[in-house]
Ligand binder design. Structure first.
Ligand code: F0G
Length: 356
């Protein structure tokens, strides 16, 4: 049985999407993710309201599902039997799941040892052919582009225009929920597809007359993988936030256009600040996102500290992926569990020590 039409992302925003009416939609009921007010990051004294768009609540735990439903629907409807992508993890997990759903095969090219455990488990479990390379995402990207030209596979990285069309729906949902566009939108930037997709979404809603304003876009990068801050591609990108360990973003021009047209900027954060922001969200807001998502909270905290954001601003941050994707990084930075003998006295001792 298929999902009711109003819950299917492609049906809800059909008039904005290039999907033919007779296409069988490959869906896992993606989108419609929570927009949660962050009460410790917001600053009531300056009337600054901060919301998190929790994209980790999508079916495979990241924002990629919005793009993948459209890309795989179109691949299948155009007669393709196989899809391929390079990935730092989340695209491969999403591609594998949607390929399984649509009855296609998936090939995923990943940098060996540099993708988070949960993402690898997903790609393997959904039956994708996982191809590890001794090289980073950027090398993988050039290989899969070659494959898409030389073997019968459809490329589903965000250079596939259908991906951006799907991902732009997050901007629609934010406006639908707030009743207006936010003043600022902070989000992580890796391959730069998502910032381009959001800008497309905000622009299309503005052009359709749904809103009159668009937000200032602030693209957040990890210092070790910050080509937009350096002004050129980075050869050996390195960061704990492996999802955005990318030196040569494919959507460079579109991301620059989003930044320029919105009068926005790019901001970098150290790995240490990224992990601190991830912990702040988890401990004070109850939201567990992956390190790459936390880069936009790290960036926002820094901007709030230097008072670049005016009083009265409404800000949305996209938390792109769920924290469970990367359990190793979470466990390594948290206090380890205490081990006690299995009796009430020992457990009481631990509790009293903590609350006194
Ligand atoms: N956050 C997460 C959790 C991601 O997985 C990615 C990208 C980004 C942010 C950056 O988004 O590339 O559109 O600028 N992950 C891709 C992947 C590259 O292969 O999963 P972007």
């Amino acid at each position: 049985m298929s999902a009711p039409a109003e819950t299917v992302l492609v049906e809800r925003y059909r008039s904005f999407l290039p999907v033919p009416n007779d296409a069988d939609i490959v869906t896992l009921d993606e989108g419609d993710t929570p927009l949660v007010r962050l009460h410790t990051v917001s600053d009531p004294s300056r009337s600054i309201e901060v919301y998190a768009k929790c994209e980790g609540l999508n079916p495979t735990g990241s924002f990629k599902d919005r793009g993948m439903t459209v890309a795989v629907t179109m691949a299948a409807s155009e007669g393709s039997h196989a899809i391929i992508c390079a990935s730092t993890g989340n695209t491969s997990a999403s591609a594998a799941a949607y390929a399984a759903r649509g009855g296609l095969s998936a090939f995923v090219v990943i940098p060996e040892g540099k993708i988070a455990l949960g993402k690898l488990a997903q790609a393997m479990m959904h039956g994708a052919r996982v191809i590890q390379i001794e090289g980073n995402f950027d090398t993988g990207m050039s290989i899969v582009k070659d494959m898409a030209e030389t073997v019968p596979v459809t490329l589903v990285n965000s250079v596939n225009p259908y991906r951006l069309h799907g991902q732009k729906t997050a901007a629609f949902e934010i406006i639908d929920a707030l009743g207006r566009a936010p003043d600022y939108h902070f989000l992580p930037v890796g391959n730069a597809g998502n910032i381009s997709a959001y800008w497309m979404g905000y622009t299309e809603y503005r052009d359709a007359g749904v809103v009159s304003e668009r937000p200032v876009m602030v693209g957040c990068q990890a210092s070790g993988a910050a080509p937009f801050l350096r002004g050129h591609p980075v050869d050996e990108p390195e960061t704990i936030a492996t999802a955005i360990r990318i030196g040569c973003p494919q959507s460079w021009a579109l991301a620059n256009q989003a930044q320029e047209e919105s009068r926005g900027w790019f901001r970098e954060s150290s790995d240490e600040d990224i992990l601190t922001a991830q912990k702040v969200l988890a401990e004070r807001e109850g939201i567990f996102c992956e390190p790459a998502s936390a880069v936009c909270i790290a960036g926002l905290i820094a901007e709030l500290e230097c008072r670049t954001i005016p009083s009265g601003a409404t800000i949305v941050c996209t938390l792109t992926g769920h924290g469970l994707k990367d359990p190793d990084t979470a466990i390594a930075q948290s206090p380890q569990p205490v081990k006690v003998s299995p009796d009430p006295t020992a457990v009481r001792g631990v509790i009293l020590e903590e609350i006194n």
